[in-house]
Design a protein around this ligand. Structure first.
Ligand SMILES: Nc1ncnc2c1ncn2[C@@H]1O[C@H](COP(=O)(O)OP(=O)(O)OP(=O)(O)O)[C@@H](O)[C@H]1O
Ligand SMILES: Nc1nc2c(ncn2[C@@H]2O[C@H](COP(=O)(O)O)[C@@H](O)[C@H]2O)c(=O)[nH]1
Length: 207
């Protein structure tokens, strides 16, 4: 008898502009075996963003309906817009044995921690706040007001990094990817060892 291994749920969060999206894109390019959950949001699409690829863009009413129908694993209001993770994709992928990565802000990550304590929580940190601001400004997607709001939230998010299993500094994208791949691999090895141990115990019980 063997235990079927489920996929890992990896939660990558950290302040806006730290590079979560950039790191996930680089992991994809490397062919790292992770499935990427697409969030729902009430935010308007930025130039180049495609519905169903970058986000599922929703009206407030549609988003509220998703909450009421239990379709979201977690959701949060962030700087005036709502963001949430569709639950079905995550559940089905994990049950099928696939690893899934969520790229979400901190309030949502803490909700996932309550529902899925066995998930792997990684906080992506900037080298410092000055560099963080430089990155958000450099991305050129937010107005000056929104940059200030996001920086305010970033400061309080940084104080919550102790709730995560790992803190990875995104000083260089490729190095951050190496660290994340190593963490995911180590977690798989840990789970494999546990499965082996319980399989042996069960075998002993049955004899
Ligand atoms: N290690 C890095 N060094 C320098 N610039 C970086 C690094 N990682 C990401 N960037 C740049 O920082 C900017 C913000 O990155 P990105 O959009 O990936 O952040 P994010 O955390 O996904 O933001 P948000 O949470 O707002 O979606 C981008 O212009 C990106 O090119
Ligand atoms: N709690 C959640 N946060 C999410 C989700 N999807 C994205 N996000 C985070 O929101 C902010 C802002 O994103 P942006 O695209 O407007 O820059 C950022 O920190 C994202 O990681 C989600 O499903 N749930």
């Amino acid at each position: 008898m063997s235990f079927k291994e489920k996929g890992l749920l990896v939660v990558l969060s950290g302040p806006s502009g730290v590079g979560k999206g950039t790191v996930c894109k680089a992991l994809r390019t490397r062919g790292t075996r992770l499935k990427y959950s697409i969030s729902a949001t009430t935010r308007k699409p930025r130039e180049g963003e495609v519905n169903g690829v970058h986000y599922f863009f929703k009206t407030r009413e549609q988003f509220q309906q998703m909450i009421e129908q239990g379709k979201l694993l977690e959701w949060a209001e962030y700087v005036g817009n709502c963001y949430g993770t569709p639950v079905d994709y995550v559940r089905e992928s994990i049950e099928a044995g696939d690893d899934v990565i969520l790229e979400i802000e901190v309030q949502g990550a803490l909700q996932v921690k309550r529902k899925f304590p066995e998930a792997l929580f990684i906080f992506l940190a900037p080298p410092d706040l000055e560099e963080l601001k430089h990155r958000i400004v450099g991305r050129g997607t937010e107005s000056a007001d929104l940059i200030e709001s996001r920086m305010m939230v970033a400061k309080s998010e940084m104080e919550l990094m102790q709730n995560y299993n790992y803190v990875v500094e995104n000083d260089q994208v490729e190095k951050a990817c190496d660290r994340i791949e190593a963490i995911v691999l180590a977690e798989h090895c840990r789970v494999d060892r546990l499965i082996e141990k319980y399989t042996v115990m069960k075998g002993n019980d049955e004899t």
